[in-house]
Design a binder for this molecule. Structure first.
Ligand SMILES: Nc1ncnc2c1ncn2[C@@H]1O[C@H](COP(=O)(O)OP(=O)(O)OP(=O)(O)O)[C@@H](O)[C@H]1O
Ligand SMILES: [Mg+2]
Length: 312
């Protein structure tokens, strides 16, 4: 059975995730190639290893690039590191002001605070880049390729972490505000307040998109091996916790051929895990993808994988 529902007009964002090496990048690119037949599509990689360039055989990087030989498909590789550096540069004044006015820190403490990471902010900044792209609305479909499970979960939990930090910062600000008000009887929001408010809005926008079941769907990619199935099970529970919709799972690298003794052995070894997956993920649609004789690299191979994923 192929993937379903991806062509619904309301569905904007499809996120692929799963254990390392199971085929997330191949499936997200093949899915993008399929969607681009009907929709203006943007594929976004949030993986620091940036493997979409390798898979497409085209240098992508941190800017929008039309994908060669695939009309309607654009790609970008987002760097959390660069996105956060940019944020720190743009908001240095506000951050210093926040630490300076809110606490009893001295100059050295503030310098130290500035060099520390704000929990979740690198990932929030990469998500902010995604959400800005989605809200610019230049594309009809946004496909996100993530790094292995741990990283994807950090990305998805980043709004919660950052929200905690904002609450703590806002509390410090409250004390400062109270002090100013008691001395002068008046307080006007300054740039540090505005920055906090904007961060809060970003967190809310991200959470709203992720938990919107009509607009966003997560597709776990798995292979018929015990460890991958167990990790996918844990991933599904986390996704449920974040209220992120999942309806279908890709079971990749399935051996279909009976041609040699090796193939038959492999097929037999996989069959119990395919059954296990069917039981464990019984509420979901399982999309079987065979193992191809060659690696999935460059457009013709991605088109072959697309034919399996879309059944056309
Ligand atoms: N169905 C398949 N048949 C044959 N080779 C495959 C298949 N799916 C993926 N591959 C190959 O397996 C390797 C890993 O695939 P891919 O890069 O898509 O995995 P990934 O989950 O994105 O990995 P990572 O966790 O490192 O990001 C690649 O060389 C790819 O070409
Ligand atoms: Mg990958």
């Amino acid at each position: 059975m192929p993937l379903t529902g991806l062509e619904s007009q309301k569905l904007k964002m499809i996120i692929f995730g799963g254990k390392g090496g199971v085929g997330k990048t191949s499936c997200s690119l093949a899915c993008s190639v399929g969607l681009a037949e009907k929709f203006k599509t943007l594929v976004i990689s949030t993986d620091p290893a940036h493997s979409i360039s390798d898979s497409l055989c085209q240098e992508i990087g941190f800017r929008l690039q039309p994908v060669h030989k695939v009309p309607n498909l654009t790609a970008i590789e987002i760097s959390a590191d660069k996105a956060f550096k940019q944020f720190k540069q743009e908001h240095e004044r506000e951050l210093i002001k926040l630490f300076d006015t809110s606490t009893t820190f001295d100059a050295e403490d503030i310098q130290q605070m500035m060099s520390l990471s704000i929990p979740g902010i690198d990932e929030v900044m990469s998500f902010k880049t995604i959400i800005d792209l989605v809200e610019e609305n230049n594309y009809e479909k946004y496909v996100v390729d993530t790094a292995p499970t741990g990283h994807a979960l950090r990305l998805l939990s980043s709004p919660v972490l950052l929200d905690e930090w904002i609450k703590m910062a806002a509390k410090m600000r409250w004390k400062y505000r109270y002090m100013i008000e008691s001395f002068s009887g008046d307080y006007n929001d300054d740039e540090a307040d505005v920055m906090l408010l904007n961060l809060k809005k970003t967190v809310k926008r991200i959470a709203a998109l992720l938990s919107n079941s009509e607009q966003c769907e997560f597709i776990p990619v798995c292979i018929p091996e015990d460890m991958a199935i167990m990790e996918t099970d844990r991933l599904l529970k986390e996704l449920q916790h974040f209220q992120i919709t999942t309806r279908q799972i890709i079971l990749n690298n399935v051996m279909e051929s009976d041609e040699s003794g090796f193939c038959r052995q492999r097929k037999a070894a996989q069959s119990k895990y395919i059954e296990k997956a069917a039981v464990l993920f019984k509420k979901m649609q399982v999309v079987i993808v065979p193992v191809f004789p060659e690696e999935i690299k460059d457009i013709p191979a991605l088109v072959k994988l697309k034919e399996v994923l879309f059944g056309r």
